[in-house]
Design a binder for this molecule. Structure first.
Ligand code: ATP
Length: 317
């Protein structure tokens, strides 16, 4: 039995030890990158039983990824090792402020090659909920087909589906194509979680309420727009609101905040929390994530999260 299933590509990530441009970095620390893997780790730390479906190369990076996820108690029984194609990796610069520079080496990776037989219905049926992002849609045609199949199958079987656009313009032939393909999947999901900038690209409006309406009109049930340090805005057919973000002493690395946010929201909603409570939890996950260097290093255990919420009380007004 699983609570949540997700699928995506994970990569080995080399993080520069010192600030500066990427081509001048001499020393790196190895970490794990991948939006869906981050969400899986975030959920597992909150005691949500989560399976991550993927393909990795039969190489050191592939083994590293499997080991890390296993140590986090993520179910990796449906991860295939491919002996013909490599695991992708990425380089990430260190910055004193703002977003780091990231360079990908992922073309032709094991996770970009899928065949129809790879979709394991029985495994997906074990879960109550599917979490997906827009990245597999961008990685390759075969991964996009897999994603579409998984989404349709989970909806047919009455499961809930959450969707984080996670836009990667560099992986698409054009912005127009990206918007079309990402929205096509988003419209079929129950909960859509865009960042405010992504929402603007996808809907043509930079107003959270209008971004939400764009998806609600298509049948999406809940839209949560991430507002960075400002927190998040949520809207359904019957309620809406804004939840302020938590005060953070020092922002170390913003990558992974959105994934932590998704893990917090999904765990809260599956637990039966009211939407506002789930968004507070999601904000807390995001705030904890930005205070640590790796993508998911800052994600708390359930006890740590409860502790944080108790100590930090109502988020700032
Ligand atoms: P990502 O870079 O991971 O893709 P995103 O664009 O999807 O992020 P953000 O809005 O940047 O999402 O951040 C997600 C959530 O993390 C926010 O909604 C908020 O709850 C929390 N968060 C982000 N930055 C801060 C901050 N500086 N202070 C407090 N909370 C923050």
């Amino acid at each position: 039995k699983l609570d949540v299933v997700t699928f995506g590509e994970a990569m080995a990530m080399f993080m520069a030890d010192r600030p500066g441009p990427l081509h001048e970095a001499g020393r790196f620390t190895l970490g794990l990158a991948g939006a869906e893997a981050n969400v899986a780790i975030g959920l597992a730390r909150l005691n949500v039983r989560t399976g991550w479906v993927s393909k990795v190369g039969k190489d050191a990076f592939g083994k590293f990824i499997m080991k890390r996820l296993k140590n986090e108690s993520v179910d990796i029984s449906r991860v295939r090792m491919d002996d013909k194609h490599p695991t992708g990796f990425q380089l990430k610069s260190k910055v004193k402020e703002g977003d780091p520079e990231v360079q990908y080496f992922r073309k032709g990776s094991a996770a970009s090659r899928w065949v129809p037989g790879d979709f394991d219905k029985a495994y997906f049926l074990k879960a109550r909920h599917l979490h997906m992002t827009g990245i597999p849609l961008a990685v390759s045609g075969s991964f996009r087909s897999f994603a579409r199949q998984a989404l349709a199958f989970m909806k047919e079987n009455g499961k809930t589906v959450s969707f984080d656009p996670n836009l990667r313009p560099s992986l698409w032939p054009s912005v127009h194509e990206m918007i079309r393909q990402v929205n096509q999947s988003a419209f079929q999901c129950d909960w859509v979680l865009p960042g405010i900038r992504e929402g603007a690209v996808l809907t043509g409006s930079d107003k959270p309420g209008e971004i939400a309406d764009f998806y609600l009109e298509k049948g999406v049930k809940l839209v949560v727009v991430k507002l960075g340090e400002e927190g998040a805005y949520y809207k359904t057919a019957s309620e809406e609101g804004t939840v302020s973000g938590f005060k953070v002493r020092k922002v170390v690395d913003t990558v992974g905040a959105g994934d932590g946010f998704a893990a917090g929201l999904i765990s809260g909603l599956l637990e039966g929390l009211a939407i506002r409570e789930a968004v507070i939890r999601a904000n807390a996950m995001g705030a904890l994530a930005v205070q640590s260097p790796g993508d998911h290093d800052g994600y708390p255990t359930k006890t740590e999260l409860d502790d944080y919420l108790e100590k930090n009380g109502e988020p700032r007004k």
